[in-house]
Design a binder for this molecule. Sequence first.
Ligand code: HMG
Ligand code: MG
Length: 310
Amino acid sequence: MTDYGSVPITGLPKRVTVYEVGARDGLQNEKALVPTEVKAEFIRQLLAAGHQAVETTSFVSPQWVPQLADASDLLQLIEQPAGVRMPVLVPNDKGLNRALDAGVTEIAVFGSATESFAQKNLNRSVAESFDMFRPVIDRARSHGLMVRGYLSMCFGDPWEGAVDPHVVAGHARCLIDLGVTELSLGDTIGVATPGQVVALLDALGHQGISVDQLAVHFHDTYGQALSNTLVALQHGITVVDASAGGLGGCPFAKSATGNLATEDLLWQLHGLGIETGVDLEALVRTSTWMAEQLGRPSPSRAVQALSKEE
Ligand code: HMG
Ligand code: MG
């Protein structure tokens, strides 16, 4: 890979944790079922590329997300390296039982900032979904598990339009009070622009939520994910969700496309001299291989450019 050098900008973190969601957010949206062994090999390669946080799958209703119905079998095929986070999505008690049986060390609950998406994604209101999460979080923590949280539709919602940052901040406060230690702010349909990111971080600050408690999760539908990430970094965020090869979307959100591609993110972070510990070349090989498995090219610009270079 040709080295084009790096030039830092002041005011950015020296190191960023890339939280890899390709195996979960990416594969939950595939039309054809991906074989469990292919998923396992994908995750092994993500770990081998140096990722320190790889979300592997979801323990949700298989009727709702058949793509990830093999969660328990999948986890049996992967060894968790020491010190590496391998969270799974869990919405309810049944999911937590399955996750505990599989020996996970971290779960993520996933709430919605809007009522419409709470109904579509969890079949209940925002308040009812928080009531569903409360015993899950308590029990997970009593077993020594880490608990991440997501808030979806933080900026815009396909059924409700623009979302008020103060409403989002109120829901964020609730999730943190329930015991979530890292809250990821989801732009589920990728409509946010940088000013909205700053407005939300300000509103969260007014709720007493600090940037150390937050991560950002941008889908790239309108090509804004990298700009939004940069302003988030400038405001102190150091955990960024991304998906290898730009896989992803949400089966319950109209117009959700892939997440910010991890390779595009790494190109920017490494170009700014920010450490991630992730090997970009190795990841490009993985995403190229995965694209062959899925039968279509990766939408990531960096994967497209770098795979031609090889
Ligand atoms: P429900 O239909 O209200 O639940 O769904 P229920 O309790 O009536 O259960 C229905 C059936 O599912 C029952 O089976 C349950 O046993 C079973 P039956 O008795 O009919 O045979 N069931 C389960 N089976 C296994 N594991 C479980 C489980 N739970 C129920 N955990 C429910 C409520 C929450 C279960 C459902 O709405 C659900 O599974 N939703 C998940 C949706 C989802 O995974 N969405 C994608 C992830 S979120 C996302 O992508 C956004 C994010 O990336 C951030 C962003 O971009 O913004 C995180
Ligand atoms: Mg997502």
